[in-house]
Design a protein around this ligand. Structure first.
Ligand code: TA6
Length: 298
């Protein structure tokens, strides 16, 4: 179905339309009484969320590619069915397959509170089976309103159990990274992926004054990003997740990424809702698992 046909079939007056975005990719553009949002069907990738009463919540690189099969830089990449590197196949893409594939738009419907719900599907195919030889159906629901609600449901439609790791790899917009602190990880164990790495336990708030790439375990509560320069805090509540990642590439790594501005690290911070490392999840035949997050500004 081409973009015009999708818009005819799914477009909803006062809620959303389907339009060509950067690179000619199909986007769902949501504009309702409470917020605006943009979702690329390539990767089912939320690239913008802007509640009426506050500014843009997500950070998107101005240098991001927009091509099928290439990860967008920023917004909310979907890491599935593995987070980080593949377990053993060096040729496999970082962070899995879901963010690289064209998803099927299933519905756009009103939500009770003047919001809008966009639902997309991805099913197993020859490309996915080359790296993940299982039958599955992914259903990703994005609820756009005063809050941004995300639910990624994995359904095992095959005859064998499979294990996944996954993440909603959210890039948040901040005004000054040097004046940001993150709460919600106090007392949590973490794996530090920077340099020689190592393990630690978080004490108090996280501040960003260097490259930070930490995978936390045992964190089930909300994360709160205090962005002093914008005088706002962004809350990330979650469900079915006891792990999370905090990442900022800082100066050197920012300059090494071709789709990332050299000074981009000053205005972004990833706080990711995950099932990663020991929080990997087994999905049995006929069963499903839903990773959820709810994001709002306070
Ligand atoms: O979640 C943090 C991380 O795993 C970092 O190590 C960094 O690689 C980041 O993801 C971005 O990964 P990407 O494949 O999108 O460049």
């Amino acid at each position: 179905m081409d973009i015009e046909e999708m818009d005819k079939r799914f477009g909803l007056e006062g809620h959303a339309s389907v339009e060509a975005g950067p690179g000619g990719l199909p986007f769902v553009k949501v504009a309702n009484a409470l917020a605006k949002a943009e979702i690329s069907l390539m990767g089912a990738h939320v690239t913008s969320y802007c509640p009426k009463r506050s500014g843009e919540v997500l950070w998107m690189s101005p240098l991001s590619k927009f091509e099928v099969g290439k990860a967008l830089r920023g917004g909310i990449p979907l890491c599935w069915p593995w987070f980080g590197k593949h377990g053993f196949d060096e040729s496999a893409p970082m962070h899995g397959l879901a963010r690289l594939m064209m998803w099927e738009l299933v519905s756009i419907v009103p939500n009770g509170d003047e919001g809008t719900v966009v639902t997309m599907h991805l099913r197993d195919n020859a490309e996915t089976r080359a790296y993940f030889n299982y039958a599955f159906e992914l259903e990703y629901t994005v609820r756009v309103g005063a809050r941004l609600g995300l639910s990624m449901r994995t359904l095992n439609t095959g005859g064998a159990p499979f294990v996944i790791t996954q993440a909603l790899h959210t890039y948040f917009r901040v005004w000054d990274i040097t004046r940001v602190s993150v709460d919600g990880f106090d007392g949590c164990r973490y794996l530090d992926k920077v340099g020689a790495g190592g393990n630690g336990v978080q004490h108090g708030s996280i501040v960003i004054d260097r490259e930070v790439d930490e995978v936390f375990q045992g964190c089930v509560g909300p994360a709160v990003i205090h962005d002093a320069a914008s005088e706002r805090s962004i809350v990330v509540e979650k469900s079915n997740s006891s792990s999370g990642i905090v990442w900022n590439p800082w100066i050197a790594k920012s300059s090494r990424m071709v789709d990332f501005p050299d000074d981009g690290y000053k205005e972004m911070l990833c706080v990711e809702t995950a099932n990663a490392l020991e929080d990997a999840r087994c999905v049995k035949p006929g069963e499903s698992l839903t990773l959820g997050a709810e994001i709002y500004v306070k």
